[in-house]
Design a protein around this ligand. Structure first.
Ligand code: CA
Length: 227
């Protein structure tokens, strides 16, 4: 099915270029030129992905991103004009799936869009009890982790943590988010606990990963699973 991408971007020429590129890649795009009704339109029209500019007339992209994320899991790519701003945006824990910096090439944006759509269509399958990701498998029923059918020795907490990251590949989670999502009822875990569990998880996955880290550190922010 043709994927529907919503572009929220006040620079019309940019938005049109992107729309053309997406069309050439069999995707349909809708352009919103300001932030006024963006939240409503995104929630109503439920696109497959949103490309959202930070600086917008009406309502800014950060506010839109937060409001949409409260009610929807739609993948969001945030566009910013400054590469230095990406760190700050990450720290705000907006729940965006990726960040791109202007000036971008439409080819690059389309590649990112495709990558995210691949990830999300894959993670939609993760609801099943056994999920497959390359050679890594997580079994929610017995909390087991295996790699190429070889069972790895994971503790329950390590499983819970890995499972959160694994279900949303590429998304950056802060330590606080990981604590809340992985151990909602556990008062005995702290930010540093996340770090030490991640360290153990990496250690256990290391012999099975070809090129280094499966779990990426985002400096000062948290972690992401890159598959
Ligand atoms: Ca703008």
């Amino acid at each position: 099915m043709t994927k529907h991408i919503m572009i929220v971007e006040d620079e019309e020429a940019l938005a049109e270029v992107l729309k053309d590129y997406l069309a050439r890649n069999d995707m349909r795009a809708t352009i919103l030129l300001d932030g006024h009704n963006a939240v409503k339109r995104i929630l109503e029209e439920a696109p497959d992905l949103v490309i959202l500019d930070v600086m917008l007339p009406g309502e800014d992209g950060l506010s839109i991103c937060r409001k949409v994320r409260d009610r929807s899991d739609v993948p969001i790519i945030l566009e910013t004009a400054r590469v230095e701003e990406i760190d700050r945006l990450l720290g705000l824990e907006l729940g965006a799936d990726d960040y791109i910096c202007k000036p971008w090439s439409p080819r690059e944006v389309v590649a990112r869009v495709k990558a995210i759509l691949r990830r999300t269509s894959r993670s939609n399958d993760v609801d099943e009890s056994v999920s497959e990701e390359g050679g890594l498998q997580l079994n929610e029923e017995n909390w087991s982790v295996s790699f190429d059918n070889q069972l790895l020795d994971f503790t329950r907490r390590e499983f819970q943590l890995l499972s959160i990251l694994y279900k949303r590949p590429g998304r950056v989670f802060s330590r606080a988010q990981l604590l809340e999502l992985a151990f909602p009822d556990d008062a005995m875990v702290f930010d540093r606990t996340v770090d030490s569990h991640i360290k153990n998880i990496r250690q256990k996955l290391k012999p099975h990963s070809q090129d280094g880290e499966i779990i990426r550190s985002v400096y000062g922010v948290g972690y992401a699973y890159d598959g």
